[in-house]
Design a protein around this ligand. Structure first.
Ligand code: NAG
Length: 439
């Protein structure tokens, strides 16, 4: 007869194994994806030539210009996918410019005046400027991930009239250890002399590529990475969000210091908003880095306010504030993309053994009964949240507009939206996509 203690211990062991096994199993099927990837909507897209191997694309909306961060060495430094070989890295990357006012024309490579040194760009963002008129100067922040060094942020000025890009300064922080994407804040906390905005940045992993714990983070898909905030007047960064699962998409939302995050390995798109919970913990008296005056700054208190479960590995997200348009780009089959990455690491000109497609989705709002999660109301009920706010609310759902198996274009890295057009960059393709996603 087994003792009661033995029974209790066995029962506990069983509960623990189920609790660990089920989430692991869910992530495993998320990364595997469906057996078959549908093809629709690609006729909405054209491939634009110019750069290859791009990690990010963003649109500066006052100018209607697309900026892409691309790097011939990217196949040898795909750190987010943990596929890399630093010994093969030779060439530097660059930013490329695409004029959305001239659809179909190829993108132009920009050189950076006053900058020499290794340049391996990942995330890009722009300091917000007033929405009317053409800015004389745009402040651009770029994550520069030099292999075996802590990634840093380069501050650049772009002068539209001269089409020239000029280096201003470099921002470093130990908290940028696996920095990937970046989103400038609309907060008034801006450097008083050089206009550097405060910003959020995501680390795609919780451990850097030389840390032994990284292997376990990868193997068990551990949610260990973080969200970091840089305060421009303090010239300091702090972690403000934790336990993220391979976040590789980040964009500012409506409210000041709020962000949408695409967490690849959790299969979700999350909205985080900043709140002041406790002045004692969030406020800090400092000597400002710019004017050398004593000031009080407030660190964001990030609260997860919305989670959209998408059942795909989302890598890119963008949000157009004026039209409230949310778009995402996702991998239908992450494991295929990993295989492409491994093939390209051996030889970047090789034709990969598998296809890694893409899914482009847009957020649509539907009225939903409070307490329910169904995307659409029953046909026989009149749902009007404006009239019956206590019973119904609008809820955002991501719905695919374009789905492709990767035979023509795949391995997406990021997405940018403006006026019903999206640009989609790719880690392994030549060129990028310009698609119409009008409803
Ligand atoms: C990576 O992490 C390890 C362990 O935390 C640390 O010793 C090392 O300096 C880090 N390297 C870089 C480039 O960040």
């Amino acid at each position: 007869m087994p003792s009661t203690t033995l029974i209790a211990v066995s029962a506990l062991a069983a509960i623990v194994s189920v609790a660990v096994y089920l989430p692991m199993q869910r992530t495993k099927s998320l990364l595997e994806g469906p057996a078959f990837v549908e093809n629709f909507g690609m006729e909405r897209c054209q491939r634009i030539s110019g750069p290859a191997y791009c990690d990010d694309v963003r649109i500066q909306r006052n100018l209607n210009l697309g900026f892409l961060a691309c790097d011939p060495s990217l196949p040898y430094r795909n750190f987010a996918a943990s596929v890399f070989d630093e010994s093969k890295i030779q060439e530097n990357g660059a930013l490329w410019l695409y004029d959305l006012n001239k659809p179909g024309t190829s993108a132009e490579k920009l050189s950076i005046k006053g900058f020499d040194g290794p340049f391996h760009p990942s995330g890009i963002t722009f300091a917000p400027t007033s929405e009317d008129g053409t800015p004389a100067r745009v402040v651009i922040l770029v994550v520069n991930h030099v292999p075996l060094e802590v990634p840093r942020v380069e501050v650049l000025y772009y002068y539209p009239a001269r089409k020239s890009l000029v280096y201003k300064k470099t921002i470093s922080s130990e908290h940028f250890f696996a920095a990937n994407k970046i989103a400038a804040s609309s907060s008034p906390t801006v450097h008083q002399y050089d206009d550097t905005p405060s910003f959020h940045i995501v680390n795609d992993h919780g451990y850097n590529i030389t840390d032994w714990k990284r292997e376990y983070e990868e193997k068990y898909n551990l949610p260990a990475s973080s969200l970091v905030y840089y305060n421009a007047r303090a010239d300091k960064a702090q972690e403000v969000g934790w336990r993220l699962q391979m976040p590789t998409g980040l964009v500012s939302s409506h409210d000041v210091d709020s962000v949408w995050i695409a967490q690849g390995k959790s299969g979700t798109i999350d909205l985080y908003k900043s709140h002041t919970f406790s002045a004692e913990h969030q406020e800090q008296k400092i000597l400002s880095a710019d004017t050398r005056q004593p000031i009080t700054i407030t660190w964001p208190g990030m609260l997860n306010e919305e989670v959209m479960h998408t059942k795909v590995v989302n890598v890119g997200v963008d949000y157009e504030q004026e039209t409230k348009t949310l778009v995402t780009v996702s991998h239908p089959k992450w494991n295929n993309y990993l295989q492409v990455a491994k093939d390209k690491l051996q030889n970047k000109d090789v034709n990969p053994s598998v296809k890694a497609g893409l899914i482009i989705s847009r957020g649509n709002k539907y009225p939903v009964r409070v307490g329910e999660t169904r995307p659409k109301p029953r046909k026989d009920v009149v749902f009007d949240p404006e009239e019956r706010p206590r019973k119904y609310k609008y809820q955002l759902f991501l719905e695919p507009v374009i789905s492709h198996d990767g035979s023509e274009f795949g391995s997406p890295s990021a997405i940018a939206v403006a006026n019903n057009r999206v640009l989609v960059s790719s880690h392994y393709e030549q060129g990028f996509l310009d698609c119409n996603i009008a409803p």
